[in-house]
Write a protein that binds this ligand. Structure first.
Ligand code: ARG
Length: 508
């Protein structure tokens, strides 16, 4: 064991601890993530303690002065070695600055158990709001792309084989809906994230007369996690957020996969600007979609964060256990990875150019087959299975003779028709095939949500309204966070000038 053991403010019963042991248990590196929030929660708690008569105004002033100085200094490299966590660091700092008589009051009716989970919930709420903001910017880009591509007839694929044509806008509108669900999932879980556990103390609350509803208001929480035992033990809010981010990343990875394929030399449906592409060190001609590949791969990071978090939460005894400290790194990883991914995907989409000529030339003529079969059903009331067989025979003939379906002659169609239906509908087939070019078949679709220019136009108009509503919803949520900051800041600035929660961002 190393000999440089030292005592900390918590070690009332225990002798000094070895620095190796401290390094092992310390969460201080990941705690940089909640440094500001933990100070904010401390301020709110101490304001409440003053109101409840446990701290005098003068004592509070000294505590706030110390916290202000700590915010300005930020975490230093030295601190990282000395403390178990940011909570010990903050309290030790206040004790050192204001003396034990005053600094020693800070932790009244509080435990690190409720402290950590309060700071994590507060930080998570802000991070969720910021990801929701990035998602809405991505949504706006998808709608812009949809508006620009209503007239681009695009091959849609099943099994990576050309299936049917529809306007390219249909693709972008589809992903708008996908990410709208991601946005709504985050917004739903936000309600459960934004609940205040502070005041639960170590596990079953306090005999001191604290006011949990005051800290709830000061910190902008929507309510309290009422049961103190639940409040300090549960991390399902984090599981919920990371699960939602996992789904979000899985969705992003699908769009990445599509684009990687469509950016390949063989497809060439789209082009990326040089600013967003990467070269090869050896092959001078390369233009690699590395951003897209990394986004696809980083889906794994978020999924493993979810796995990591799940394993920490699985079968831990209820009540705080140190295992719960390990919930922070995967939560941070999932949040940071997904926010960056959403941002960069939006930038990629904004700058993606579709190559209309290339799309047209690679669209297979037989891609209209199902639409032709449906025309036959509609116009001749032939059972669909027979129409399928009829068109199948026509495709076979077209492949065999190397002629497009709509350049087959009436004789060919007559014999196919007699073979399959036992009657001659070649006249009707000629008419249907003549009308069936790729853009015409898309315009004929009438089912709800179908890929046709008309349906897409309507969907686009509707989604523009939906997006506006989402922006207003998010701005109200952000406003609530800002108002809480202001409320706290105003309460503090009556005692200490220049204390700011929003301007100092000095974490390593
Ligand atoms: N560093 C700890 C964490 O991140 C803080 C809570 C410690 N509580 C305790 N009883 N040891 O979870």
């Amino acid at each position: 064991m190393e000999q440089d053991a030292s005592g900390g403010i918590y070690r009332s019963r225990l002798g000094p601890v070895s620095s190796e042991a401290t390094r092992y248990v310390s969460s201080i590196r990941e705690d940089a993530w909640i440094f500001n929030e933990d100070i904010e929660c401390t301020v709110a708690h101490d304001l409440m303690l003053m109101k409840q008569g446990y701290i005098t105004e003068e004592q509070l002033k000294q505590i706030l002065e110390a916290l202000k100085r700590l915010r300005e200094e930020g975490l230093s490299q030295l601190d990282l070695e000395k403390y178990e966590d940011v909570h010990e660091l903050i309290e030790s700092y206040v004790v050192k600055q204001a003396g034990m008589e005053v600094g020693g009051l800070v932790h009244t009716a509080r435990s690190r158990n409720d402290q950590v989970v309060t700071a994590v919930r507060l930080k998570t709420r802000r991070e969720v709001l910021s990801i929701m903001g990035e998602l809405l910017k991505l949504e706006a880009t998808l709608l812009k792309k949809a508006g620009e591509t209503l007239d681009v007839v695009f091959p849609f694929y099943t099994h990576l084989q050309q299936a049917q044509v529809a306007p390219l806008s249909h693709y972008f509108l589809g992903y708008f809906d996908v990410f709208l669900r991601d946005f709504n999932r985050l917004s739903e879980s936000f309600k459960r994230v934004n609940q205040n556990p502070l005041g639960s103390v170590a596990i079953v609350g306090s005999s001191l007369k604290i006011d949990r509803s005051l800290t709830t208001r000061l910190l902008g929480f929507d309510g309290v996690v009422e049961n103190s035992f639940d409040a300090v033990s549960s991390r399902d809010f984090a599981l919920e957020v990371v699960s939602n981010l996992n789904i979000l990343m899985l969705n992003l990875s699908r769009i990445m996969e599509d684009l990687i394929i469509w950016l390949s030399s063989e497809y060439g449906f789209f082009t990326l600007p040089d600013e967003l592409a990467f070269p090869s060190s050896a092959m001078p001609h390369k233009k690699n979609p590395c951003i897209l590949e990394l986004t696809r791969a980083r889906t794994g990071r978020v999924f493993s964060s979810l796995a990591q978090l799940s394993m920490v939460c699985k079968a831990v005894p209820s009540g705080y256990v140190r295992d719960l400290q390990e919930t922070k790194p995967p939560l941070i990883e999932a949040i940071e990875t997904s926010r960056e991914a959403v941002r960069i995907v939006r930038i990629v989409l904004e700058n993606l150019k579709e190559n209309r000529e290339r799309i047209r030339s690679l669209t297979e003529p037989n891609i209209i087959a199902l639409d032709v079969a449906e025309r036959i059903v509609e116009e001749a009331r032939v059972p669909f299975r027979l129409a399928h067989r009829l068109v199948g025979e026509i495709v076979k003939l077209s492949v065999k003779t190397g002629r497009k379906m709509n350049s087959l002659n009436e004789e060919d169609l007559k014999s196919v028709s007699l073979n399959v239906l036992g009657r001659d509908v070649s006249g009707l087939l000629m008419k249907i095939l003549k009308e069936a070019d790729a853009s015409a078949v898309a315009s004929k679709r009438v089912s709800l949500g179908a890929g046709s220019p008309e349906a897409d136009k309507m969907m686009l108009a509707d989604r523009e309204n939906v997006l506006k509503e989402c922006f207003s919803k998010l701005s109200l949520m952000l406003q609530k966070d800002t108002e809480a900051r202001m409320l706290l800041e105003n309460a503090v600035s009556r005692l200490v000038k220049g204390f700011s929660f929003s301007t100092v961002e000095k974490c390593p």
